[in-house]
Ligand binder design. Structure first.
Ligand code: SAH
Length: 371
């Protein structure tokens, strides 16, 4: 039994079953035994691989996206380049290298990383040591200093804990984690439905609410609509709010039981882009997209960048570059499952690679999407 399972069992023994959200928050974030604070989970030797770890092209294209966005913002003399959940710092390192192509941009930048994991902060420090940019770390976005900002978040929101509700005869019951008769950790339901959730549903359907994600997007959007700038969110998820249990555990690149060995597996839930978009609209930002990752990277020029890299590569390396490009963009791999959305100060008419949502469509209940 993992030390965290022992801790979770003692909480359940003292207080009764806990919500899925609390279970997920403990499994991922417990300061001593949680998944993220205790390890670097990325890469072939870890549990999962993300786009920036697949290819330098990903971070480079995002760096060019940031540089072009800064130019569209009117080239403010100081801008915070903020990344939420920067993993090993690979995306930021690749982005900063590519951003040198835009004269004036590197000098305007102040780098701010929002990261709670001590293990990953050390990795980020090592990766960015040679970037030539001082880096400031934050536990939360609120402490990033005021002023215009360009914010990047790749696979950050899927790592935040969700509440789950299951439809039964009398309404939506919160899903809980307790102990089964055989004493194993098991899912159960709150005895009474949550009277605040009035949406219709069929028996057995599951809905998910990511309250931390909604709160953080609300903060980002409030900041951007006040101080200027744009945020780019890339994650796996759905364009429309829809029922579905998307909680999953991954360990050593394999799906695992989310209740087995808490603290030792990555837990994620898909991001509901429609719910995030609604918050952005309420906070007065302009929406861009969403679209799929494949479409976005192709529009930003991943093929041209791959061809450029291949000119200096051996045949083996060229094949690897092509394979990485396919993995990031192919609909059967990460191209469609991953979605991309930006939101910005309302005065910013467009950002690269995404179609701005007309203000009229934004105020209605239905959002225009490109796919
Ligand atoms: N963006 C990186 C890593 C994704 S993994 C990449 O694409 O490779 C999720 C990242 O979010 C990790 O860096 C993790 O430590 C961080 N994280 C998870 N929960 C967090 C929270 N509540 N606040 C800040 N960072 C968090």
């Amino acid at each position: 039994m993992t030390p965290l399972e022992r801790e979770i069992r003692s909480i359940i023994a003292a207080e009764g079953p806990i919500t899925v959200e609390r279970f997920m928050a403990l499994a991922l974030g417990h300061p001593r035994f949680g998944y993220y604070p205790t390890r670097d989970p990325l890469g072939a030797a870890g549990d999962f691989t993300t786009s920036p770890e697949i290819s330098q092209m990903f971070g480079e294209l995002l760096g060019l996206w940031a540089a072009e966005t800064w130019s569209l913002m009117g080239r403010p003399p100081r801008v915070a380049l903020v990344e939420l959940g920067p993993g090993r710092g690979t995306l930021m390192a690749d982005a900063l290298r590519a951003a040198r192509a835009m004269p004036g941009f590197p000098d305007a930048l102040a780098i701010h990383l929002v990261e709670t994991s001590p293990a990953l902060r050390s990795a980020q420090e090592r990766t960015l040591a040679r970037s030539g940019h001082p880096v400031a770390w934050h536990d939360r976005f609120e402490t990033v200093p005021e002023g215009p900002a360009i914010i990047l978040a790749n696979e950050f929101f899927d790592a935040l804990p969700v509440r789950q509700f299951v439809r039964a005869e009398r309404g939506w019951h919160e899903r809980l984690v307790g102990l089964a008769q055989d004493d194993a950790l098991a899912f159960g339901l709150a005895p009474d439905p949550d009277a605040r959730i009035r949406i219709p549903g069929n028996a057995g359907e599951v809905i998910e609410i990511n309250e931390p994600a909604l709160a953080i997007v609300g903060q980002l959007a409030g900041r951007l609509s006040r101080d200027g700038g744009a945020a780019l969110v890339i994650d796996y998820g759905h364009l429309r709010t829809a029922p579905g249990d998307t909680l999953q555990a991954v360990r050593s690149h394999q799906f695992a039981d989310p209740l087995a060995d808490p603290g030792e597996a990555d837990l994620t839930a898909h991001v509901d882009f429609e719910a995030l978009a609604r918050i952005c609209t309420q906070a007065g930002t302009r929406l861009h997209g969403p679209t799929t990752q494949g479409e976005f990277l192709r529009t930003l020029g991943i093929e041209a960048r791959a061809n450029q890299l291949k000119r200096r590569a051996s045949p083996g390396q060229a094949a690897a570059i092509d394979a990485a490009s396919r993995r990031l963009t192919d609909p059967t791999q990460m191209g469609t499952l991953f979605k991309v959305m930006a939101f910005s100060h309302p005065g910013l008419p467009s950002v690269p690679g995404l179609i701005p949502v007309p203000a009229k469509a934004q105020s209605g209940s239905e959002l225009e999407t490109t796919c």
